[in-house]
Ligand binder design. Structure first.
Ligand code: AMP
Ligand code: GLY
Length: 452
């Protein structure tokens, strides 16, 4: 660019300089999933962004960002990368580096980072901490007992009865929650966790929870100090099989907007959840900067918090990014710098709905084989869907599966029903015989559209 400037006649230099001034920022995105692909894709379109770097990224992210082979949990290497690349903003995708203190280290070096410090990341990293904080702050949530003692756990399980929910307190990659249909299963799961067999250290304390019923909803808020900016509504499908059956997964699909998440629910959640949580954290001297994911159960006696996550959900992030309309980098940078209240653009959303179907490796969420060749993605994209990559890599110039959740086929259209049709029509072009996906993503919202 410098060479180009030097060779231009004087009169057009200011124009070029202005363009260059605007596209000044290099952003580092940390992670390698569909969430990070969607973030890189949208950040690259931010008018203020010159380049997106992703660590470590994946085969699909490489089309939207320069991928650098630094692992998402290698804190010191990530700090060095952010410094050597002179990035103006780091956006952290997954929870593991946040819980391990990546944001603390970057802040210490004066590098703006979108993502909470380790102390605030305990909201996700320790269910014992998050339940305790909710209790103190008066946030509506399931009745619970936290314990590391098998005898106490057994006594609680027997006195409450089944169904009952047993949760490993620490990070367990979304697998540490057991919904026990009977007391024996609950006791066995608790013993397994507390003995360190099932989740290692993450299970050294368990949270025993009352079983709640209702529709689940995920809400996302960008938070910086006392400023709370709600994002558009979205909903994921956690179960593996059609009809919301089968084992829990990280998420097999998502859509936005989510009709069950009304404006009233969003506003109520700001007042009864986000504000009290920020206050309770502040009382402990902890500031929250980043996105707060509030998992709610909409029960007959009102909305109750199931969990907090300290990062974007995946695949929810894919549909949110598909609908986001504005300069994402400026929004996240303002949050990172603590200027969200003053100079952040209010997030705007495309009116169109978005729907994402996740394609996973056969066997996920259990074990699966890797290295299967995937093709047909050009045709998928041509038929109008955005393809976000998760567990993919290149091997001898061929795209292969390299993880559990592999692709997010994301379509946008005027209604959720149309977006659903478009995503599934696009999927017909995918050539990966062993890829599995659900055939009914968005069914609840589509039924509501049909009946309204
Ligand atoms: P969590 O990681 O705590 O959100 O739990 C994962 C999933 O388990 C949630 O999305 C719910 O489907 C289910 N779950 C968690 N806690 C409860 C509860 N108290 N009652 C019923 N289902 C729950
Ligand atoms: N889709 C839920 C999650 O990211 O945890």
């Amino acid at each position: 660019m410098a060479g180009l400037l030097a060779s231009q006649p004087q009169t057009i230099v200011p124009v070029i300089m202005r363009t260059k001034m605007e596209r000044t920022m290099r952003v580092l995105v940390v992670g390698s999933g569909g969430r990070e692909h969607a973030l890189c894709w949208r950040l690259r379109q931010s008018p203020s962004v010159r380049e997106v770097v992703c660590a470590p990224g994946n085969a699909g992210i490489a089309a939207d960002a320069r991928c650098v082979a630094v692992a998402a949990d290698d804190i010191e290497q990530l700090v060095m990368l952010a410094q050597s690349e002179s990035v103006g903003l780091v956006v952290v995708g997954p929870e593991v580096p946040l819980v391990a203190g990546l944001a603390d280290r970057l802040r210490k070096e004066g590098i703006p980072v979108f993502g909470p410090n380790a102390a605030a990341a305990q909201l996700e990293g320790s269910k014992a901490f998050s339940k305790q904080l909710m209790d103190e702050a008066g946030v509506p949530t399931a009745r619970f007992v936290t314990t590391s003692d098998v005898a106490e756990a057994e006594q609680v399980i027997r006195s409450w009865g089944a169904p009952i929910v047993i949760k490993a307190s620490g990070l367990a990659a979304g697998k540490g929650v057991i919904i026990a249909e009977n007391e024996a299963t609950a006791i066995a799961a608790t013993r397994d966790m507390l003995s360190g067999n099932s989740f290692g250290d993450a299970g050294s304390a368990v949270v025993i929870e009352e079983f709640l019923t209702g529709e689940e909803a995920s809400l996302f808020f960008i938070i910086s100090g006392e400023t709370i900016v709600p994002l558009a509504s979205s909903q994921d499908h956690k179960r593996l099989h059609d009809g919301d059956q089968g084992p829990n997964t990280g998420g097999m699909g998502a859509y936005s907007p989510a009709p069950c998440v009304t404006e009233t629910i969003i506003q109520q959640t700001v007042e009864t959840v986000a504000k009290p949580v920020i206050k309770a954290l502040a009382a402990r001297g902890i500031e929250y900067i980043g996105v707060l994911f509030v998992g709610l159960m909409l029960t007959e006696s009102g909305a109750k918090v199931l969990e907090f996550n300290v990062r974007f959900g995946d695949p929810e992030c894919q549909v949110l990014m598909a609908r986001f309309n504005g300069d994402l980098a400026q929004l996240l940078l303002a949050a990172a710098k603590g200027t969200l209240a003053n100079d952040a653009p209010t997030p705007a959303w495309h009116h169109d709905a978005a729907l994402c179907v996740v394609v996973a490796s056969d066997g996920y969420p259990g074990s699966y084989s890797k290295g299967q060749v995937i093709s047909g993605l050009d045709a998928v994209a041509k038929s109008g869907a955005q393809v976000f990559h998760a567990g993919t890599s290149m091997h001898h110039h061929q795209l292969i599966n390299n993880g559990g959740r592999v692709l997010g086929i994301t379509a946008t259209a005027a209604t959720i029903a149309e977006a659903q049709q478009q995503a599934y029509a696009a999927l017909k072009h995918l050539e990966w015989p062993d890829g599995i996906y659900r055939h009914d993503i968005g069914w609840r919202a589509v039924n509501l559209e049909v009946n309204s």
